[in-house]
Design a protein. Structure first.
Length: 339
């Protein structure tokens, strides 16, 4: 399959050299990709393409800058009934109007990865309401593992945050659409801080943010390219596992990389007036089959909320529910009626 871009200079910084050298103007785009290209590359610019094997069987769109969230754009295409192929990946070098869970702002800085992937399994997927969130989060962790010096240092804060040494380096989103028993579309959003550390006011939910560069010597080269290649290959590997072996293997690895099991946590919930309240606290005994949180001595599982690692200290009232970071066991999903 191919890589598509309107910025050959940006592509050259991301792609292997041989692939970048093969970029050439596209005379006519495959009809199945036109709706994606119009959304990602507005204004009908000249598109260049080259073969790629970084994302096996997939199409990779590279945009140096995007004025809109690619995640929102692909979700809109899916909702509008556009035919978006399986394994379409869109990468923005930087952009505006990017966001995390529940619309919380995400700083899309140059030097970092802002990746959105559309998958079209068109088959039943066990526990799909959490399976694609796990697929994205686990792939981000494994991409960090692929950076020399960071092997095994990344972990998962329930449900969708990736931390290295206690600092947030990545977050994920997932949207699914189903028809009957089949999952027809899944849109995954992954933000991974590679070279640039965003300025984020600390909160109990996100005490600190970091980039991968913060943990490595300055001499480590090609960080963006390494992280992107590792992320795309991890997504491909984990997607194949989900389709061929089901959700169980991914869930087991998610549990292995969890930062909350065996730890004391405080769980808060959001209410309509955007204030917060504590609903539970204690030591995490385990994660259920749908990522529900089990606390020691509490018979009922927790299926959503915002998690603080450790015991809450201070006044929660000062923190708005719109502050960065949040989690829900269920990803955003929709069912479409049979025709």
């Amino acid at each position: 399959m191919a890589t598509y871009t309107t910025s050959t200079e940006y592509a050259a910084a991301i792609l292997p050299r041989e692939a970048a050298r093969c970029l050439a103007p596209v005379e006519e785009l495959d009809p199945s990709l036109r709706s994606v290209a119009l959304a990602i590359f507005p204004g009908h610019p000249r598109i260049h393409a080259a073969p790629q094997d970084v994302f096996p069987g997939g199409h990779l769109f590279l945009s140096e800058f995007s004025a809109r969230s690619h995640y929102d754009q692909l979700v809109e295409l899916v909702r509008d009934g556009s035919c978006v192929p399986d394994r379409v990946a869109c990468l923005a070098g930087s952009g505006l109007d990017f966001h995390g869970f529940k619309g919380r702002p995400w700083a899309a800085l140059p030097g970092n990865l802002h990746l959105v992937v559309h998958l079209a399994p068109d088959r039943p997927v066990d526990r799909f309401h959490v399976a694609f969130t796990v697929l994205a989060a686990l792939s981000a962790v494994e991409a960090v593992d692929g950076i020399p010096g960071l092997e095994g240092r990344a972990g998962l804060k329930w449900v969708n945050d990736v931390l290295v040494d206690g600092a947030k380096v990545a977050g994920v989103l997932a949207y699914t659409q189903s028809q009957g028993e089949k999952v027809t579309s899944a849109v995954l959003g992954i933000g991974l801080n590679v070279e640039a550390t965003p300025v984020v006011d600390p909160t109990p939910f996100v005490p600190g943010a970091a980039s991968l560069r913060d943990f490595l010597p300055p001499a480590v080269p090609d960080m963006q390219a390494r992280a992107l290649h590792g992320l795309l290959r991890a997504l491909d590997r984990n997607y194949r596992t989900l389709l061929q072996r089901g959700f169980g293997p991914l869930l087991a690895r998610y549990r292995d990389r969890s930062l909350v099991v065996g730890e004391e946590v405080t769980v808060c919930t959001e209410v309509s007036d955007q204030s917060l309240r504590v609903v539970a606290g204690g030591v995490v005994a385990g994660l259920g089959e749908s990522l529900e949180l089990f606390l020691e001595g509490r018979p009922e599982p927790i299926t959503g909320g915002r998690l603080i690692l450790g015991r809450l200290t201070g006044d929660l009232a000062q923190w708005s529910s719109t502050a960065e970071d949040g989690c829900s066991v269920r990803s955003s999903s929709e069912r479409i009626a049979h025709p």
